[in-house]
Write a protein that binds this ligand. Structure first.
Ligand SMILES: [Zn+2]
Length: 306
């Protein structure tokens, strides 16, 4: 959908469904389009808002991440081959993305994981950090841009910022995911002077450490937390019940951390990551070692590269 405002202004592009298994963004942007029609958004808009809710349509139909085996977010190293996927990316680049001032790209976990809403961006790129502020994201996963990915490619070639938005998962849209998307879009439009009103100032938090806790048993799990929640050292995160012994074991946080994501299910298998935690400050070796050793034999703690 192409929404042209009544006044001149910048161009913002909203993308989702780049990965076909990630439908939170697809349904969110679909809902946004309906809303835009209902409130006649174009009458209040300066500039142009382009909404592409279902980029990888074949993938979405199959709930499959790839398009004919190609990851559309990681296919920018070889745009010379003449496949259907590359042609799609080239048309998208020439007609839309290269003419945009900023891009919001909506993703989710694509699995049975529910993710806390956050954004991913290269904060060393000034326009990207400005876009983080424009979106009003409370949490940022700072990652260096990679040229084979959409964000790195547009940054290098056109100096256009792309915000990768991660929210939700497990093939369903929750109220908080929809609210996050709508708030973020309107906040960005206001910051880009495309929509009336002003945003209030705030400071975002950056993740510096990511941990996952795996199950060492088959069993059942009960969560005491939700994605996005801050857990303080010593508080309960979850409880597992070993189906062999019917014994329950509680997992406690050994550091202050936010719940980045957890499985949207009560049944678990050996080796499954039960919960992902993120911390805003880097953990010392001593802290990590202590957490690992105190965790007991029902769990295993692994560090994940940021
Ligand atoms: Zn994705």
């Amino acid at each position: 959908m192409d929404i042209k405002g009544t006044k001149k202004g910048k161009t913002l592009c909203l993308l989702s469904g780049v990965h076909g298994s990630e439908v939170t963004g697809v349904v969110s942007l679909w809902t946004f389009i309906e809303h835009a029609k209902k409130v006649e958004l174009h009458k209040h808009l300066s500039g142009r808002l382009i909404v592409l809710p279902a980029l990888n349509l074949p993938g979405i139909k199959e709930l499959e991440r790839y398009m004919n085996g190609v990851d559309l977010n990681r296919a920018y190293m070889d745009l010379e081959n003449e496949s259907l996927e590359t042609m799609l990316l080239k048309v998208l680049e020439d007609k839309i993305l290269s003419k945009s001032d900023a891009v919001l790209d909506f993703h989710d976990s694509g699995k049975r994981y529910l993710l806390m809403p956050h954004v991913r961006a290269d904060l060393n790129f000034k326009k990207a950090s400005a876009l983080v502020e424009a979106f009003g994201a409370e949490f940022v996963y700072n990652r260096e841009s990679r040229e084979y990915m959409l964000s790195g490619y547009l940054q290098k070639k056109y100096k256009i910022p792309v915000l990768t938005i991660e929210s939700g998962g497990n093939f369903r849209l929750l109220d908080n995911n929809l609210r996050y998307t709508f708030d973020g879009i309107f906040s960005t439009l206001r910051a880009m002077k495309m929509y009336p009103g002003k945003n209030s100032n705030f400071e975002y938090k950056v993740f510096n450490e990511r941990l996952a806790i795996k199950a060492e048993i088959d069993g059942l799990v009960r969560y005491f937390v939700e994605p996005g929640q801050l857990v303080e050292k010593g508080s309960r995160i979850l409880e597992v019940i070993d189906l062999k012994t019917m014994e329950s074991t509680v997992l406690y946080a050994d550091v202050d951390a936010y719940i980045l994501g957890l499985i949207d299910s009560n049944a678990i298998k050996v080796g499954q990551k039960l919960v992902h935690l993120v911390c805003c400050s880097k953990l010392s070796r001593k802290q990590t070692k202590q957490f690992k050793s105190g965790i007991g034999d029902k769990f295993q703690l692994v560090k994940i590269a940021m």
